[in-house]
Ligand binder design. Structure first.
Ligand code: NDP
Length: 245
């Protein structure tokens, strides 16, 4: 159970992030959502979380690629909730193209949101974790960062970067009782995969012959947020129906 803990979930408005926010709240955690969605829409999501799970929830409009905005937002969350215990770096974007035709701006924006966003949030939460001698950092990577995927040079690079970041942070903060792990999902049914193409093509490649659900990733995130995983750090766990083995 996560009673009394406070979790930040970036990109928590929809898709995998929303499922993670809901799962952590169902286990008793208070939840702060960071996203770029409209404030009214986010307020509806957090008010549903509060009434469904009897916890405190609030949403903050913040672009994770903006270092200063992350710092200010984490300071506000710390004041509003009295501290942060769990950080789920989930916000992510794709701007797919072949490497020779990829615009520089599309390479930069994917690195800025996916990789630098994780760095910004870890930096903003890090001192609080060190002071408390407690923290659980969960970074959402991708199998694209493990195997590389054609058309995703920017995305694969950002997700491989997250894996390196995860291991460095795990080594730096391990002595302060802060765990840092990464989850590498395969194809999960969300808006992001809807934009990618025909489902049948994916299914042929997946040993379990089905797409994952956001709830599958949320269950794993909940395990990594819980004391049941206290001796696991620097790990990258695939959740991909066997796709990248
Ligand atoms: P979605 O596109 O459905 O949701 C992503 C969320 O992140 C949106 O609410 C989006 O808000 C928010 N977001 C985007 N940019 C920013 C930003 N700069 N600052 C704050 N919030 C932002 O994605 P998924 O749920 O599918 O993916 C979630 C994570 O899982 C991503 O990191 C993705 O790379 C990873 N992943 C997903 C897989 C899949 O198959 N779906 C597979 C492997 C990894 P808005 O749209 O309002 O900007």
């Amino acid at each position: 159970m996560l009673n009394g803990k406070t979790a930040i979930v970036t990109g928590g408005f929809r898709g995998i992030g929303a499922a993670i926010a809901d799962k952590l709240a169902s286990l008793g955690a208070n939840v702060a959502i960071i996203d770029m969605a409209e404030p009214d829409a986010m307020a509806e999501v957090t008010s549903n979380l509060e009434s469904a799970h009897n916890i405190k929830a609030a949403a903050y409009r913040c672009d994770v690629s903006d270092t200063e905005m992350c710092k200010e937002t984490v300071a506000r969350i710390t004041e509003d909730f009295g501290g942060v215990d769990i950080l789920v770096n989930n916000a992510g974007i794709t701007r797919d193209n072949l490497v020779v035709t990829m615009e520089e701006a599309d390479f930069d924006s994917v690195i800025d949101v996916n990789l630098k966003g994780c760095f910004n949030m870890i930096k903003a939460c890090g001192r609080g974790f060190i002071r408390k001698k407690y923290g659980k950092i969960i970074n959402i990577a991708s199998i694209s960062g493990l195997t590389g995927l054609p058309g995703q040079a920017n995305y694969s690079a950002s997700k491989a970067g997250i894996i390196g970041l995860t291991k460095a942070v795990a080594k730096e903060l391990g002595g302060k009782n802060v765990c840092c792990n990464a989850i590498a999902p395969g194809f999960i049914a969300t808006q992001m995969t809807q934009d990618l193409g025909s489902e049948e093509d994916f299914l042929k490649m997946i040993p379990l012959k089905k797409l994952g659900r956001p709830e599958d990733v949320a269950n794993l995130a909940a395990f990594l947020a819980d004391e049941a995983s206290d001796y696991i750090t620097g790990e990258v766990i695939r959740i991909d129906g066997g796709l990248a083995m």
